[in-house]
Design a protein around this ligand. Structure first.
Ligand SMILES: *Cc1c(COP(=O)(O)O)cnc(C)c1O
Length: 428
């Protein structure tokens, strides 16, 4: 990891010796972010603290002016900072801010480059909470959004002079669209906008690292595969190194005192921490950071197994006489199969969707699969998106997101595949 990746945030934050740019994913997942040396813990220490001490008035003054070090835990905490270093390493980024939920990450990512009068273009195949944010929350702040088909042509056609951000999900939930990151980034950059990818279903860089393909930031829910056990909520925004902010007035206004002049290469990461943590207070608790960091240590093992099981179940469901359409990007007939092959390594994700004749009866008969609105749990979870996760989404947008009244979404866990098949077959 480069110096900027380690973050010049403070002395207690992870430094370059806490991680290594040469480590592969599985090694970085268990080794990065942990300080080395005599008496240091093997895992992450939890810093249960609201505030940190200063030795001198000058130190206190500098921290309050710069908001970059340890002063008050709404802004930074060493446990959370260590988690951030780990996520930065796994996504191949420059810096990360961890926040209280995926929703907090989405809002922070958008507000970091948009203000009243600005515009967002997003692929419409989205998590329901993101659709709600774009349609209902951003207008409260005078920011508008256009939701379009998940193709480079549709995104290009929707770009306006005031578009500051293009948004898409790496693997959309539940349709399984795959973001065409390269052309999306090109389109955004031509207009001086940035590209943000929601990598929640990409498993914190395990299936895909969007920054490697030209995205400028990665926002994600850590509640899902990062936590991995349905026991904690969190989110994060990771920035890369190549973003160009010189055409965004938020960063350039103010001449010598502009955010870009004062913060330099750290401007985007600095503003995200200032917005999401310091000002909006959507801070991740250190105990949650610990659970998420621990979850990341087995993400590769879990996700590899889950992807394998998901493909086997998708093929089996496709051949089942009582099952309608099956949607999984690992299947050859999926509209985004070729794009999945291009952008995803290690598998095609752990989420699939399939249609059953009577969703209510199906869900009530399950004994192994649990009915719950989460993803990435070690247990296989199913939900009826039409009435739950996408219940408040306008009907046309539900269809655009691949949701019909018959659709069941399944997040595949690590149970034995034979038990899953038996349970599904009995419920059908
Ligand atoms: C769950 C989810 C979110 C929101 O995350 P929370 O942690 O629930 O706030 C955002 N994007 C996607 C793709 C998700 O699945």
């Amino acid at each position: 990891m480069s110096d900027s990746a380690a973050g010049p945030m403070n002395d207690a934050a992870p430094g370059p010796d806490w991680t290594d740019a040469d480590w592969g994913y599985e090694t970085a997942a268990v080794q990065s972010g942990i300080p080395r040396g005599l008496g240091q813990t093997i895992g992450f220490p939890i810093h249960a603290a609201a505030a940190f001490q200063f030795d001198t008035l000058e130190q206190a003054q500098s921290e309050f002016q710069n908001n970059t070090g340890l002063s008050y835990a709404r802004i930074q905490n060493p446990t959370t900072r260590a988690l951030e270093a780990r996520i930065t390493a796994l996504e191949g980024g420059a810096d990360t801010v961890a926040l209280a939920s995926g929703q907090a990450a989405t809002l922070t990512a958008i507000l970091s480059v948009c203000r009243a009068g600005d515009h967002v273009v997003s692929a419409s195949s989205l998590f329901g909470g993101t659709t709600g944010m774009l349609n209902n929350i951003l207008p409260l702040m005078g920011i508008s959004a256009t939701l379009v088909d998940n193709t480079p042509d549709a995104v290009r056609a929707a770009m306006q002079d005031n578009t500051r951000l293009v948004w898409a999900e790496m693997i959309s939930n539940p349709a399984g669209d795959i973001a065409d990151i390269g052309p999306f980034a090109e389109t955004a950059h031509e207009r001086g906008a940035l590209l943000a990818i929601d990598n929640t279903c990409g498993g914190v860089g395990y299936l895909c690292r969007p920054l490697d393909h030209g995205a400028d930031m990665v926002a994600q829910s850590l509640t899902k595969w990062a936590g991995g056990h349905g026991s904690v909520m969190g989110g994060s925004v990771t920035v890369g190194t190549r973003h160009d902010l010189t055409r965004n007035p938020i960063y350039t206004e103010g001449g010598e005192n502009s955010v870009l002049k004062v913060r330099g290469d750290n401007a985007l990461a600095w503003r995200q921490r200032w917005l999401g943590a310091s000002q909006l207070g959507m801070t991740l608790a250190p105990h949650s950071a610990f659970l998420i960091a621990q979850g990341l240590e087995t993400l590769a093992l879990r996700m590899a197994r889950e992807c394998e099981t998901a493909l086997e179940l998708a093929q089996w469901l496709q051949a089942h006489p009582r099952v309608g359409h099956v949607s999984y990007p690992g299947l050859a007939d999926h509209p985004f199969h070729a794009q999945a092959q291009r952008y995803l390594g290690n598998g095609s994700g752990a989420v699939l969707a399939f249609e059953v004749p009577d969703p209510a009866a199906f869900l009530s008969r399950l004994r192994v699969l649990r009915v719950a609105p989460n993803l990435g749990d070690v247990r296989t979870l199913v939900v009826h998106p039409w009435t739950t996760t996408h219940g408040r989404v306008p009907e046309a947008a539900r269809h655009a997101a691949g949701v019909t009244p018959q659709t069941i979404r399944m997040s595949v866990g690590v149970e034995g595949v034979a038990d899953l098949k038996a349970d599904i077959a009995a419920a059908l």
